[in-house]
Ligand binder design. Sequence first.
Ligand code: SAM
Length: 266
Amino acid sequence: MPNLSPLFYELTGVYVTNRYIETGTYLGNGIRTVLNAGYKHIHSIELSEKWYKYNVEQYKDASSVKMHYGDSKRVLPELLKSICEPVTIYLDAHYSGTPTAFGDEETPLLEELEILKNREYDDIIIVDDCRLIGKSGVCGAGPEHPIYPTMNFDWTHITDERILGLMKDGYALLKNDLSEWSDGNSDQYILVKSPNFRKYRIYNDTKTGSGALYLDYCSVLKIFMSKLESAYEKINEGYAVVGVCTDEYLECIKGWCEEHSLQFSR
Ligand SMILES: C[S@@+](CC[C@H](N)C(=O)[O-])C[C@H]1O[C@@H](n2cnc3c(N)ncnc32)[C@H](O)[C@@H]1O
């Protein structure tokens, strides 16, 4: 369970929530990282009875921690019914090799995002293990590793496009690849609705391709512009680049589009 960075709160203008929910508890290490971060309530959902009981015992004296047993896609709607405010939620439920549970599917990530899309509140959503998105193969820390043994995975049905499609209007997807948004892994996505972000679209009106490429916002303008530069070829193949940024970036993006004879719209 990563802690979001001061920069995240400063740039997005959103507030720290009272509650933090995690799907997939396993050894309970995620809970430990946010235990003293000031959250009034920490909920964690685990499908393996063994790990659920282990964490009930491990956190029996932590009054802010509540464990929930079951499949996150079933437990989450029940839990959220009673929470009438935005939450921070960390989506990390997935099969992780023999010591862990395999539910109806390898990961209920898309179902979890669907549940959150239908929420009346604008939650801060953190998705873990995004390096697996769209891929299949072998992952894990080694055949004999006691915690994350080598295993086959198949996340080919989970794509950036599907995740973007499961975001409510006004949401942005921030990639933590520069470790600027949280102290969590660099392959985490953070979905957030921010009053400070503006949507934009860049396209080449002489090309008719229909693909869209999402350009995630990053707080360093130079790096952001180099990401834009590397998208240039795709735009010229007919892709539209869509993304969000703060007001101060808009003029730079517009200037870049003029230089490259591309269309810019908001
Ligand atoms: C990667 S581990 C979680 C690690 C933990 N979040 C941490 O930060 O240390 C994934 C866990 O999700 C659990 N899991 C798998 N499918 C699940 C589901 N549908 N609902 C809830 N938990 C699930 C597995 O049993 C496993 O313990």
